[in-house]
Design a binder for this molecule. Structure first.
Ligand code: 5RP
Length: 292
């Protein structure tokens, strides 16, 4: 039985040493996976930059219509040239996204929360593996609630989805939710991201924090940073830049794109940071030049 006695606080992350078991494949922790899993991960993470720009529009699964996403059918198409991955629900994809769009799909597969709840931490697996295959999903996104009342059931959801994904070659995106009562500290994010990777998530979505490099180093799967609440474009671009500089392999932004006054220009500026080594200042200048 695992116990907490004698567990010393970890301290050496070898931040200057690249991940060892990389082999020839560009996605961290995926070297031993089957061809299909690697193919889908290569759809998500650009083999040249190793990074990804995910556009998240799955907010409706528990928030309904949110500002900037009132019309998904109109909001998404202008952004497509700047994106690598669409993160959405099966309903939004089928109803609002042209099937000829050649973007990777991160399929939101859990549900059960709504904005009317106080405790958002109880979800179920809502999408079965057959529908994920039908939708040609490149990964299945599972919300987890580490440290919240719904921890056990959310980790059960994750493990069941990992089992199904391994059977059919579909990677899993483990999503670290941060509820009101949770702490946005490196200590929490190190725990949560490492747990999800150890439980089989092939990529993990979390938030930027202090000592972010250590969170990345301790997680044997690529980390993608969620944008979170709307910031100024300048601050959102700094968040993207600091995340990539800290070792994130991409961003998964929603509100900081679709609530920008110029969503397409914002997506393009983010893509320059993620794939073309722009600094935040250069990307912000690009954004301003694009919106003159
Ligand atoms: C919402 C999500 C989003 O995928 C994630 O939070 C990214 O969106 P944003 O940048 O708006 O936070 O999980 O349920």
């Amino acid at each position: 039985m695992a116990d907490k006695d004698g567990l010393k606080a970890e301290k050496n992350y070898h931040l200057d040493v690249p991940f060892a078991n990389q082999g020839g494949f560009h996605v961290k922790g995926a070297n031993s996976l089957d061809w299909g899993m690697k193919h889908r991960l290569a759809n998500i993470f650009n083999p040249k930059s190793g990074n990804t720009v995910m556009f998240a529009f799955d907010h409706g699964y528990f928030m309904g219509s949110v500002s900037g996403l009132e019309r998904l059918d109109l909001a998404i198409p202008p952004l497509l040239p700047h994106l690598d991955v669409l993160m959405g629900t099966r309903g939004a994809l089928r109803a609002c996204v042209p099937p000829e769009c050649r973007k990777a799909i991160a399929l939101r597969t859990t549900s059960g929360s709504s904005m009317l709840d106080d405790d958002l931490s109880h979800e179920v697996i809502a999408v079965d593996i057959e529908d994920a295959i039908r939708l040609n999903a490149d990964c299945m996104a599972v919300q987890t609630f580490i440290g919240a009342d719904g921890q056990l059931s959310s980790l059960d959801n994750l493990s069941k989805t990992v089992n199904a994904g391994l059977r059919y070659g579909i990677p899993i995106l483990g999503v670290v939710a941060v509820g009101k009562q949770m702490e946005r500290t490196d200590r929490f994010f190190k725990l949560a991201t490492r747990m999800l990777a150890e439980l089989g998530a092939n990529l993990v979505k979390t938030y930027y924090c202090d000592n972010f490099e250590e969170v990345v180093a301790a997680c044997p799967a690529p980390i993608v940073v969620a944008g979170g609440k709307k910031l100024s474009e300048e601050d959102a671009l700094s968040l993207a830049y600091n995340s990539i500089r800290g070792g994130a392999r991409g961003v998964d932004m929603g509100r900081n794109i679709f609530q920008s006054a110029h969503p397409a220009a914002m997506a393009a500026a983010i893509a320059r940071i993620v794939h073309e080594k722009f600094t935040d200042k250069e990307a912000y200048q690009f954004f301003k030049d694009s919106t003159k």
